[in-house]
Write a protein that binds this ligand. Structure first.
Ligand SMILES: [Zn+2]
Length: 744
């Protein structure tokens, strides 16, 4: 036994060129060498195939490998031949004389591995011939295809259970990269592996940074994302063939080497494009899920879901095609409530047995719960697959910039109520207009509804997001209505619970804050609000809002924004000082003066400590110090972002207009492999056309004013860009255009 494992190790080194087993490989191989069956769930890139290839070479006889796809088989057979292993495949693509030649090699005992399709194994002729051949083991790859709960269900896989009777005593290995507990139970039952040991590797893929964002103009967004990764190979998944064609054209129009791939294409065209993708550096394949299992290109740097996958299993499999070489890679998913709706409708339309339908519906909901979730995405996926101790990954969008749930129950009540009163006759845009009281050519009947104009406290974008959220939660439902979806109330019991305040609705703060924050900053700049006065200005506005509501008058009749801005800047402490501010007449002074002074008194000017607390907690003291100093200084209207994600890196400070990155290096930067890692990172950033400035943390602590001066000088020298700043919707990993580059 131990001798067998030594021999296995020797083969690993000699044939496959690896020094040591990885992860659970050794254990799974040991089980097969001992002649026992096993079920192994090993992540993509985890060396799954070696788990049967090595025992196949150690044990006497022929190893039968069941694989669902010809492409997958031919890849593996080719790789084995390259390694000098006698392997062949038996599939429908072979000419009769080729089949016969293969059979002769099987029957003479020359072959060590034979790859067959599940359909092939359903043939009585094939089975009869195989029964006279001594077998070393039977490996069933992509074993999750046996489960009817999954998206890859293949009825032919079901028939593989009888191999247990046909070949008694031969160890059978079921392998897959993706299987939750239910799928694993299915595999055991269907493949008759009740007593087999189960090996489930961790699903951690530390090199893979996951991102998800709500879909807004997805075609354009995909082009933006792909262009921000120039020269990188990637896969863009689209939900439909037409979608794949359109996107591929759009990307090609942007100068990206992109081609479409889907089942509607001629077989030869598909083969050509697959070959092109595998060979080309920086190729982008825009594909439906027909482009799937068997794509073993190691240097795929990103997988973008222009339309979301079918389930978390599908998600993990599809994003898992990025970064097989272990270098950093990204999975980015664009999703929206309409996608979820479509997925649910498709399931409903399939006429499935109740139990199957319910499981599939749950899988869709679990996928969207992960995409919409407030926690680490990688950890959510790993928990889904049954890992109990999944730590946050540190590289997904949520780890990089945590989001917080804010209570939006009151707003949700308004939106639900408005939808109810509009009786499901309108789409999202019209409901938002209704809430804002901005419906064009509104009918007197609609204007008379109590919900008309009740939503002035939120911006249109926030209402749209909230309505999406309610759709995700099933509180609202969408009727497709031939592409002009109408929105109506969802689950009545749940809606009532929200009305009664028993069910809270949480919104993600980061998304709303990011977009609104941007708008607010623009507005404030126009209003002449200094960053340091913004909080006071907002407090004054909140007071004004309350006052206006109490009197049932529009806020601006109390004080104009401009007046509030001046008050926020001057901070008058007496009525006399207040009266010198434009817009504060005697009557207003008498009516509101005392209240305004009270608001100002109650609002302590923000101390440096408060400001620091308001910063992300993962900033170091020198970073906070420098930020606080830079923030108050004239940047000439230029933005300076902190903790800004680009690619898989988080930059300490980033000035997009000057294309300048500022890194504050603490003590750790002098030790271990950190200098080398910094170098790789800086080289990558420079490749993106960015200048990197490294400043020692100690220098910041010693003389922050001097350091800040230096930075401002450099920003001044690098100057503002010639081109207009491209909006990136605050997404990670997008880069502004190179300065001097041409505009879109
Ligand atoms: Zn994470």
């Amino acid at each position: 036994m131990a001798a067998d494992l030594d021999q296995a190790r020797e083969i690993l080194r000699r044939v496959f060129g690896h020094a040591e087993f990885r992860g659970l490989q050794g254990e799974v191989i040991g089980e097969a060498l001992a002649g026992r069956s096993a079920l192994a769930v090993l992540p993509t890139g985890g060396g799954k195939s070696l788990c049967y290839q090595i025992p196949a070479l150690v044990r006497p006889g022929l190893a039968l490998v069941v694989s669902p796809l010809i492409a997958l088989m031919s890849d593996q057979v080719e790789a084995l031949k390259q390694a000098g292993v006698a392997a062949a495949r038996m599939d429908s693509g072979l000419e009769p004389h080729e089949r016969e030649a293969t059979w002769r090699r099987v029957e003479s005992g020359e072959l060590k591995l034979l790859y067959v399709s599940p359909e092939g194994l359903a043939s009585e002729v094939v089975l009869r011939r195989l029964r006279h051949v001594p077998l070393s083991l039977i490996a069933i790859d992509e074993a999750h295809c046996v489960s009817q709960w999954g998206h890859d269900f293949r009825p032919d896989y079901r028939a593989l259970g009888r191999l247990a009777d046909l070949f008694p005593g031969i160890p059978r290995l079921a392998l897959t990269a993706t299987a939750d507990a239910r799928t694993r139970a299915d595999i055991r039952a269907e493949l008759r592996l009740e007593d087999a040991r189960e090996f489930v590797a961790s699903f951690a893929r530390p090199e893979l940074a996951l991102n998800a964002e709500r879909k807004i103009r997805s075609g354009r967004r995909v082009a933006e994302l792909v262009k921000a990764r120039p020269g990188r190979s990637g896969i863009v998944y689209a939900g439909t063939r037409e979608g794949a064609e359109t996107l591929a054209e759009e990307l090609a129009g942007h100068g990206v080497a992109a081609k479409a791939y889907h089942a509607g294409l001629d077989k030869r065209v598909r083969a050509e494009r697959l070959a092109w993708f595998l060979a080309e550096d920086g190729a982008v394949m825009v594909a439906t899920i027909a482009f799937g299992m068997g794509i073993d290109k190691p240097d795929v740097r990103f997988v973008i879901h222009a339309d979301p996958p079918a389930s978390i299993e599908a998600y993990w499999q599809e994003v898992g095609r990025a970064g097989r070489d272990g270098a950093p890679a990204e999975g980015i998913t664009l999703y929206g409530p309409a996608d979820m709706n479509w997925a649910l409708r498709r399931i409903a339309g399939r006429g499935l047995p109740d139990e199957v339908r319910q499981v599939q519906v749950r899988k869709v909901r679990q996928l969207y719960a992960m995409l919409e979730g407030l926690g680490c995405r990688a950890a959510a996926v790993r928990r889904y697959f049954g890992e109990t101790e999944a730590e946050p990954c540190g590289v997904c969008d949520i780890c990089v910039s945590p989001v917080e749930g804010v209570d939006a129950t009151e707003a949700a009540q308004k939106a639900l109520s408005a939808t109810h009163r509009l009786a499901g006759r309108y789409g999202r845009g019209r409901i938002v207009d209704h809430l804002l009281g901005k419906t064009r050519e509104v009918s007197p009947a609609e204007a008379a509804l109590s919900t008309y104009g009740v939503g002035g406290d939120l911006k249109a974008a926030a209402w749209r997001e909230l309505i999406d959220q309610l759709l995700f939660e099933g509180l609202l439902v969408e009727d497709a209505n031939d592409g002009r979806p109408l929105i109506g109330l969802g689950d009545a019991e749940a809606v009532r619970a929200v009305y009664r305040g028993e069910r809270r609705v949480l919104m993600r703060r980061a998304m709303t804050a990011e977009r609104e924050g941007r708008a607010a900053r623009r507005t404030r700049a126009a209003e002449g609000i200094e960053p340091g006065d913004a909080a006071t200005f907002e407090t004054l506005r909140a007071w004004r809002r309350e006052e206006a509501r109490r009197q049932s008058v529009p806020p601006y009749v109390i004080f104009a924004d401009r007046t509030l801005a001046d008050i926020a800047r001057e901070r008058p402490s007496t009525l006399d000082a207040l009266t010198r501010i434009g817009g504060v007449g005697q009557v207003k002074l008498a009516r509101y003066g005392a209240a305004v002074l009270e608001v100002l008194r109650a609002e302590e000017p923000p101390s440096i400590i408060d400001r620091a607390r308001d910063l992300r907690s993962n900033m170091s003291t020198p970073e906070v110090l420098l930020w606080t100093h830079l923030r108050g200084r004239a940047l000439g209207g230029l933005k300076l972002r902190r903790q800004h994600p680009i690619g898989r890196y988080v930059l300490d400070f980033y000035c997009p207009e000057a294309r300048l990155v500022i890194e504050i290096d603490g003590e750790s930067h002098g030790h271990g492999d950190q200098p080398q890692r910094d170098e790789i990172r800086d080289a990558w950033l420079r490749d993106q056309g960015l200048e990197v400035l490294r400043i020692g943390a100690a220098d910041v602590m010693r003389d922050v004013v001097d350091v800040a001066d230096g930075i401002l000088r450099i920003i001044g020298e690098r100057g503002p860009p010639i081109v207009a700043h491209r909006r990136s919707r605050g997404s990670p990993a997008t880069l502004p255009p190179a300065s001097g580059g041409k505009s879109e």
